[in-house]
Design a protein around this ligand. Structure first.
Ligand SMILES: *[C@@H]1O[C@H](CO)[C@@H](O)[C@H](O)[C@H]1NC(C)=O
Length: 223
């Protein structure tokens, strides 16, 4: 009797293990939607994780539409790059859908400086020119992955990791990126660290960067 019970338990455990390997533990995307659409109601004061839904009666095709990505962004700035974002702020129909888009323009030697998207993985394709791109991992700690990519090439920046793109060539470059969030978020490392409002005190940054406070003050003055 004991032997039968033991073999029954073993079989049950094996079945459970099989089921778990099939169904268990791995979640690679947001949970499924419970409705076709939830167009952002920008006027709503309801605070939810995302934006409250508009009344379905008020939804129109325009809520799912954006025009203008054929136009270059203005790269006349210190970095020589411009991001034209198309996320839930521009397209309310993206609310709850976990996806968005951007166009990035790079002047000669233009840089999209080291930054992270706290909410999104990014997949980039080069439409024009060439880019030197890279990201840094947390595990293995601070390992840099880089590549030169050309027209038609695709490169991925995993969610949350610090990454950059640099147009090292002597022609303009253009890229389109897709992001796995309606609201990817953007933290530019230098701006966050040296340009926060109010400032992080210079003794903290002097310690963090192992430089004199005067060096920190110089950098902070630029932001
Ligand atoms: C681009 O930005 C620069 C700097 O802000 C500005 O002077 C210039 O007028 C802008 N160009 C266009 C075409 O908007």
């Amino acid at each position: 009797m004991a032997a039968i019970r033991a073999s029954f338990l073993l079989a049950a455990a094996a079945l459970l293990a099989l089921w778990c390997s099939d169904h268990g533990g791995v979640v690679a995307s947001d949970p499924s939607h419970l409705q076709d659409l939830c167009v952002a109601d920008k006027a709503s004061t309801v605070r939810v994780n995302g934006v409250a839904c508009k009344d379905g009666e008020d939804v129109a095709a325009e809520d799912f539409f954006f025009s203008g990505l054929h136009m270059a962004g203005n790269t006349t700035n210190k970095q020589g790059s411009a991001v034209t974002a198309v996320n839930v702020a521009q397209v309310p129909g993206l609310n709850t859908l976990g996806i968005s888009l951007a166009r990035i323009d790079y002047a000669l030697h233009g840089l999209n400086p080291p930054h992270t998207h706290p909410h999104a993985t990014e997949i980039l394709t080069v439409l024009e020119g060439s880019l030197y791109v890279g990201f840094v991992t947390s595990n293995p700690e601070n390992k840099l992955f880089t590549k030169v990519i050309n027209k038609g090439d695709v490169f991925v920046f995993p969610k949350g990791l610090v990454h950059f793109q640099f147009n090292y060539r002597t022609t303009d470059a253009v890229a389109i990126v897709a992001l796995s969030s309606q609201n990817p978020g953007m933290i530019t490392v230098a701006n966050a660290v040296f340009g926060s409002k109010p400032s992080i005190t210079d003794d903290i940054l002097a310690n963090a960067f192992q430089v004199e406070k005067t060096v920190v003050d110089q950098i902070q003055a630029k932001f």
